[in-house]
Design a protein around this ligand. Structure first.
Ligand code: HEM
Length: 316
């Protein structure tokens, strides 16, 4: 078995076993933990509305690799690499916000609240700040002791949908749940590099007006990431969790190729049409499936550690 397969198997086993998270886990040891996260998220959100989408994406990137164990937060050192160097993680943002929240948690209750729990709460608060439905987050996750770039097997934006569906199924998500999670692309932005090839080599699917507009915005030539424009994924309401994204898929007005395929694929097209027509159902399911995402492959009990600083293991 290859190393990524073994890591995935461990995640699958942990998904099955992760029934021990609890509501009120910090009631005795850090009663204000949830309020501290919420207040800090609120403050940061009003300074920078692009943070909340970034945190939702960070949760996905963390939970998909080794489960929700904050492995995505580890900064590489001279001697030890980490998930942060893998290509899909090079455009993750929001690490400073995680650090700020962790500092606030550490000053209220040292060495108590894990970074994995902090991120799960931050993502829940991000959804609510963007107008999504509130949901409960049972707590008790522990932080991982491994973070390896070669284990990052997140689907790329040009993946075939079949491959992406397989990746989600391996973590316990049905096609319907995968379509609901794709709905996160109703907020935030994407660097042109993740869809420029659709502009320069037209696939005959992308709406021609959108293609021309994006070609104006992005240009045809590759740019370094820090110079690459970041258009909104849902330009109508980029900071609102709503079902707009599905209507955009159905009118071929979406940026990422893998998303576009969901509009016509036999396993997903009916779900896309349903959520395009059913805003309330989407809002409810989005929160339910985000809650499920927050529980993938968590470490519990004595496994792992509670990091003091989210970007570093407690001991090297
Ligand atoms: C096959 C699955 C997926 C692919 C290929 C994919 C790919 C991408 C790409 C390429 C971007 C643009 C990043 C950038 O250039 O800065 C992006 C943004 C984003 N993704 Fe996904 N994604 C997937 C699934 C998900 C899921 C499951 C979630 C959350 C539940 C999610 C949440 C987001 C959010 C919120 C953004 C905007 C981030 C920001 O504004 O910084 N994505 N995604």
């Amino acid at each position: 078995m290859q190393v990524p397969q073994i890591a995935l198997l461990l995640v699958q086993l942990a998904v099955m076993a992760s029934q021990a998270l609890e509501m009120g886990y910090y009631a005795a040891t850090c009663p204000d933990a949830e309020a501290i996260v919420r207040q800090t998220m609120e403050r940061q959100h009003y300074n920078d509305p692009t943070l909340a989408p970034a945190i939702i994406r960070m949760l996905f990137h963390d939970c998909f690799v080794r489960g929700c164990d904050a492995s995505v937060m580890i900064v590489p050192t001279r001697t030890r690499s980490s998930e942060r160097v893998a290509i899909p993680n090079q455009t993750l943002r929001g690490f400073n916000a995680v650090d700020a929240i962790k500092r606030a948690l550490e000053s209220a209750c040292p060495r108590t609240v894990s970074c994995a729990d902090a991120l799960a709460l931050m993502a829940r608060d991000a959804v609510a700040l963007l107008g999504g439905n509130p949901y409960d987050v049972p707590l008790g996750r522990r932080d991982g002791l491994q973070s390896n770039p070669w284990e990052v097997d997140l689907p790329p934006p040009f993946a075939r949908l079949d491959d992406a569906l397989r990746a989600f199924a391996a973590r316990g998500f049905s096609s319907e749940e995968t379509v609901v999670l794709f709905g996160a692309h109703t907020v935030g932005g994407a660097h042109c590099s993740s869809f420029r090839s659709r502009l320069t080599n037209p696939d005959g699917i992308m709406d021609e007006r959108l293609r021309c507009d994006m070609l104006d915005t992005c240009g045809a030539a590759d740019l370094p990431l820090d110079k690459d424009p970041v258009p909104f994924l849902d330009p109508d309401t980029p900071f609102v969790v709503d079902n707009n994204y599905y209507a955009q898929l159905m009118s071929n007005k979406t940026l990422l190729q893998v998303d576009q395929e969901a509009a016509t694929h036999h396993a997903t097209a009916a779900h896309v049409a349903y959520y395009a027509a059913s805003p309330d159902a989407f809002m409810q399911r989005f929160s339910e499936v985000m809650a499920k995402l927050s529980n993938v492959g968590v470490l519990e009990g004595d496994a792992g550690e509670v990091r003091k600083v989210c970007s570093k293991y407690n001991t090297d």
